[in-house]
Design a protein around this ligand. Structure first.
Ligand code: HEM
Ligand SMILES: [Cu+2]
Length: 562
C-alpha cells in the first residue's frame, strides 16, 4: 500500500522548503493539482467547499420563506414564487447538502485514515463521483436560474408530470445524475472497508464512525437506484405523455408515492446515520471513556439501515393505501425508534462516570443529543396512525424533520468540522468563538422550530404562504429564531477561515483521541501513514477511566477476534 505512487495531481510538485514537512495540502499547488487529484483527503475538501456553497444557497431560500411567513397576508412574495422557494430550498438542502455532507466530506477524508489505508479502494472513481455531483448540481442550479420548480421537493404526481409549469425535468435530471455520485461513493466505502483495513483491524475494532458509514453506504447503493428510476418515470410521463402516474392517462399517482418514499425514507437515514457515527466518536473522546455498548451501537446502525427500508408507507397513511397496510407500517415505524434509542441510551451511558470536557465539538454533540431526541420522539407521534391523520401535512411534520435533519444531522456535521478541522487543516480555531457559535445555533434552532410544532398541532398546514392571523405570533417567533440561527451559521465561517491564516498550529492529536487518524501528522501526508499501522488495541481504549465492565469487554474481544 505504502509503495503506491504519489498523487497524480502533483504536477507542480515543489521540493520541501527548509525543514517544512510535506503534507497533502502543500505537496502540490495550483487549481489543476486540485481538480485532478485522486487523494481522498483533497476530494473531501472539494466536497466541503461545494456542499458549503449549496448550504448557504439553500439557507438564503429559507430566509425568503421565513420572511414571507412573518406576516399572515402573503404580501412579500407571489404565491408561485413562494412555492418555488420552498421547493428549491428542499431540493438543495436534501439532495445537494445533507445527503452528501458527512459521507462525502468526512467519510472521504476519514474512512481510509481510520482503517489505516492509503486511500479508498477506487481513487479515480472517487474523483469521478465529485464531478458527477458537480454536474448534477450545476444542472439543477441552471433549472433554478431559468425559472425554477414549484412541485415541492417530493415531486408528487400528477402535479409534477402534468400540471406544474417550470423546470421539472431538468431538476430531475440533476437529481438523477447526482444520485450516481451517491452510489459510487457508497460502493467505494464498502469495498474500502472490506478490503483495505490495516493488519489487525478486525470488524469489532473498527471505529463506530466506520460502522455508521458502512450502513449508510448500503442504503446508498440499494436505495438510490429507486429514486433514479422514479425521476426518470416522471420525465417519461411529462415528456411523452405515457401514463404511469397520472390517472387521466391511465396511471396511478399512489405508485409515485410508493416509489418516492421507498427511497426517501431510507434517504433520511443516509442523512442521520453518518451524524450518529460522528456522535459516537465525539462522546467517547470527550468522556475519555470507552463507548458504552460498542456492539449494540455498531449493529443498531445496520438495524436502522435494514428497518429503514420497511417503513416508507408511514408517509402515505392518508394516501388511500389500505388501512391494514397503514397499521403494519405504523408498527414497523415504531420499531425503527428502537435502534435509534439504543444509540441515544448508549451515548448517555458513555457519559456516566466519564471525565467529560466541554470543548466545542462536544457542545455540538450535546446539541445533537437534545435535538435528535425530540425529532425522534415526535416521529413516534407521526407514526401513530390515528394521530398522523391530524398532523399530516401540517407544520408539525416540518418541525419533526427539521429537528432531525437540522438539529441532528447538521449539529453532527458541525461537530465533525470542529473535531477534525485541526487534522484537515493543521490549524486550531478559536475555542471561545466556537463554543459561542454552538450556543447561538442551539438557541436559534429552538426558537425557529419549536413554535412550528405548536402551530402545526393547532392546524397550520405546510406549504401555504397565507395563513389565519391567530398563527402569526408563533410564526414571528420562528422567523426571529431563523435570524439568530442564520447568524449562528455564519460565525463558524468567519473563525474557521481566520484559523487558516492565524490559527495556532495543530499537533497530530490535539484532543488526545484514540483513532488511527490521530496517529499521523496534522495535516497528514498524502500517503496518510509513513508506515502501514498494525492495530492491536480495541477502539476507544482510554486509559485510567475503565470500569469493571470495560475490562470485561476487553477480555471478551481481545485475543479471540484478532
Ligand atoms: C424515530 C424514527 C422516526 C420515525 C418513527 C419517523 C416518522 C415519520 C413519519 C410518520 C412521517 C410522516 C408524517 C406525515 O407526513 O404525516 C415523517 C416525516 C418525515 N420524517 Fe421522520 N421519522 C423518524 C426519523 C426521521 C429521521 C431520522 C429523519 C431525517 C434524518 C426524518 C425525516 C423526515 C422527513 C424529511 C419527513 C417529511 C417528508 C415530507 O413530507 O416532506 N425522520 N417521519
Ligand atoms: Cu419516513
Amino acid at each position: 500500500m505504502s509503495s503506491t505512487s504519489v498523487d497524480q495531481g502533483a504536477v507542480l510538485e515543489r521540493p520541501p522548503r527548509g525543514s517544512k514537512p510535506l503534507n497533502y495540502l502543500n505537496i502540490s499547488h495550483g487549481l489543476r493539482s486540485w481538480l485532478l487529484t485522486v487523494d481522498h483527503k483533497r476530494i473531501g475538501i472539494l466536497y466541503l467547499i461545494s456542499v458549503t456553497l449549496f448550504f448557504f444557497l439553500g439557507g438564503a431560500m429559507a430566509v425568503g420563506i421565513r420572511l414571507e411567513l412573518a406576516s399572515p397576508q402573503g404580501d412579500l412574495l407571489a404565491a408561485e414564487t413562494y412555492n418555488k422557494l420552498f421547493t428549491m430550498h428542499g431540493v438543495v438542502m436534501v439532495f445537494f447538502f445533507l445527503i452528501p455532507s458527512i459521507p462525502a466530506v468526512f467519510g472521504n477524508f476519514l474512512v481510509p485514515m481510520m482503517i489505516g489505508a492509503r486511500d479508498v479502494a477506487f481513487p479515480k472513481l472517487n474523483l469521478l463521483s465529485w464531478y458527477v455531483f458537480i454536474t448534477g448540481g450545476t444542472l439543477t442550479l441552471i433549472a433554478m436560474v431559468a425559472g425554477g420548480v414549484d412541485t415541492g421537493w417530493t415531486f408528487y404526481a400528477p402535479y409534477s408530470t402534468t400540471y406544474a409549469n417550470g423546470w421539472v425535468v431538468l431538476t430531475g435530471v440533476g437529481i438523477f445524475i447526482t444520485g450516481f455520485s451517491s452510489i459510487l461513493t457508497g460502493l467505494n466505502f464498502i469495498v474500502t472497508i472490506h478490503k483495505m483495513r490495516a493488519p489487525g483491524l478486525t470488524w469489532f475494532k473498527l471505529p463506530l464512525f466506520i460502522w455508521s458509514h458502512y450502513a449508510t453506504a448500503l442504503i446508498m447503493i440499494l436505495g438510490t437506484p429507486v429514486i433514479a428510476i422514479t425521476v426518470l418515470l416522471v420525465a417519461v410521463e411529462r415528456l411523452f405523455r405515457i401514463g404511469i402516474f397520472d390517472p387521466a392517462l391511465g396511471g396511478d399517482p399512489v405508485l409515485f408515492q410508493h416509489l418516492f418514499w421507498f427511497y426517501s425514507h431510507p434517504a433520511v437515514y443516509i442523512m442521520i446515520l453518518p451524524s450518529m457515527g460522528v456522535m459516537s466518536e465525539l462522546v467517547t473522546c470527550f468522556s475519555r471513556k470507552r463507548v458504552f455498548g460498542y456492539k449494540f451501537i455498531a449493529f443498531s446502525s445496520l438495524a436502522i439501515a435494514v428497518l429503514g427500508f420497511l417503513v416508507w408507507g408511514h408517509h402515505m397513511f392518508v394516501s388511500s393505501q389500505s388501512i391494514y397496510a397503514g397499521m403494519v407500517f405504523s408498527v414497523l415505524s415504531m420499531l425503527v425508534a428502537i435502534p435509534s434509542a439504543v444509540k441515544a441510551f448508549n451515548w448517555t451511558a458513555t457519559l456516566y462516570k466519564g471525565s467529560v470536557s466541554y470543548q466545542a465539538p462536544m457542545i455540538y454533540a450535546f446539541g445533537f443529543l437534545g435535538l435528535f431526541l425530540i425529532g425522534g420522539l415526535t416521529g413516534l407521534f407521526l407514526s401513530t396512525l390515528g394521530t398522523d391523520v391530524h398532523l399530516h401535512d401540517t407544520y408539525f411534520v416540518v418541525a419533526h424533520f427539521h429537528f432531525i435533519m437540522v438539529g441532528g444531522a447538521i449539529m453532527g456535521y458541525l461537530g465533525a468540522i470542529h473535531f477534525w478541522w485541526p487534522k484537515m487543516t493543521g490549524r486550531m480555531y478559536s475555542e471561545g468563538w466556537a463554543r459561542f457559535a454552538a450556543l447561538v445555533i442551539f438557541i436559534g434552532f429552538y426558537l425557529t422550530f419549536f413554535p412550528q410544532f405548536v402551530v402545526g398541532y393547532l392546524g397550520m398546514p405546510r406549504r401555504y404562504h397565507v395563513y389565519p392571523e391567530e398563527f402569526q405570533i408563533l410564526n414571528v417567533l420562528s422567523t426571529a429564531g431563523a435570524s439568530i440561527l442564520g447568524a449562528g451559521y455564519l460565525i463558524p465561517m468567519v473563525y474557521l477561515m481566520v484559523s487558516l491564516f492565524k490559527g495556532k498550529k495543530a499537533s497530530p492529536n490535539p484532543w488526545d483521541a484514540k483513532g488511527l487518524e490521530w496517529q499521523t501528522p496534522s495535516p497528514p501526508p498524502t500517503e496518510n501513514f509513513p508506515v502501514t499501522p498494525v492495530v492491536t488495541e480495541n477502539p476507544y481504549n482510554y486509559p485510567g477511566m475503565e470500569d469493571e465492565r470495560d475490562r470485561e469487554a476487553d477480555r471478551e474481544h481481545a485475543p479471540a477476534s484478532a
